[in-house]
Design a protein around this ligand. Structure first.
Ligand code: GTB
Length: 219
């Protein structure tokens, strides 16, 4: 059964692969699972039909037969558990890879999103200049800790896993801030992720939506 995911009809990032459908596309490419994409407008996402799939009216969603999922992390875990290539076979290594998935989403992503949202939407606020260094430092602290753990390894725990996939997509949210570049091993880590053929295919597919306005099938 070919899964269908949802993505923005018009992504605000203009095809830079920063929206969360990118991580799902990348995961599906890594495991070699063809997928269909249904594009949704901001209005459609708030309508009952989409809210039945996603209670918060967002993308991405994932439908496969009778199964409907939301939350990019849950979608990734589902894909990774059912297809080889994103989680190790060894039970302990698998548990650690899943821990990195959670670390990406619940430890790294929140301060990164908060920092990014502030730069996007709070520039005109009188307290913006005062608040930014604090938000930046919170991100820098986490990047420093992640950098120390990664050291000179290629991936966070042995072979590339869904934990790395999520971590790279989360770090990409800092694109243009210069923060990741303060930690050369993290910059190289992100570049390694972006160089994977599956990443390239996923990136090109989401860029094509922005360039042509057409949904796509990866069959
Ligand atoms: N926790 C959920 C998940 O991981 O799936 C979060 C889903 C989410 O935030 N979806 C966003 C959305 O649908 C798109 S990814 N927003 C519309 C809404 O809430 O009404 C967030 C995002 C959007 C745009 C950019 N960008 O343009 O750079 C980057 C990230």
């Amino acid at each position: 059964m070919t899964p269908t995911i949802t993505a923005f009809e018009k992504s605000p990032d203009r095809g830079r692969g920063l929206a969360r459908d990118m991580r799902v596309r990348w995961a599906l490419e890594e495991v070699g699972l063809p997928y269909d994409v249904r594009l949704v407008s901001f209005q459609e996402m708030k309508q009952p039909a989409h809210l039945a799939l996603h209670p918060f009216g967002q993308i991405p969603t994932y439908q496969e037969g009778e199964l409907a999922l939301f939350e990019s992390g849950a979608i990734l875990l589902h894909v990774a558990e059912r297809h080889a290539g994103l989680l190790p076979e060894d039970a302990d290594a698998r548990a650690r890879a899943i821990a990195w998935m959670f670390a990406a989403l619940s430890t790294m992503e929140p301060p990164i999103v908060e920092f990014g949202m502030s730069r996007l939407f709070e520039r005109e606020k009188p307290w913006f200049e005062q608040r930014q260094p604090m938000l930046e430092d919170r991100v820098r602290t986490r990047l420093g800790q992640l950098s120390a753990r990664l050291g000179d390894a290629d991936w966070l725990d042995g072979a590339f896993s869904a934990g790395d996939l999520l971590m790279v997509t989360v770090l990409r949210r800092l694109d243009g801030s210069g923060l990741v570049e303060e930690f050369p091993n993290l910059a190289a880590y992100v570049a390694r992720g972006e160089a994977r053929p599956a990443y390239r295919r996923a990136f090109d597919a989401q860029l094509a939506v922005f360039q042509t306005g057409q949904g796509n099938s990866r069959r």
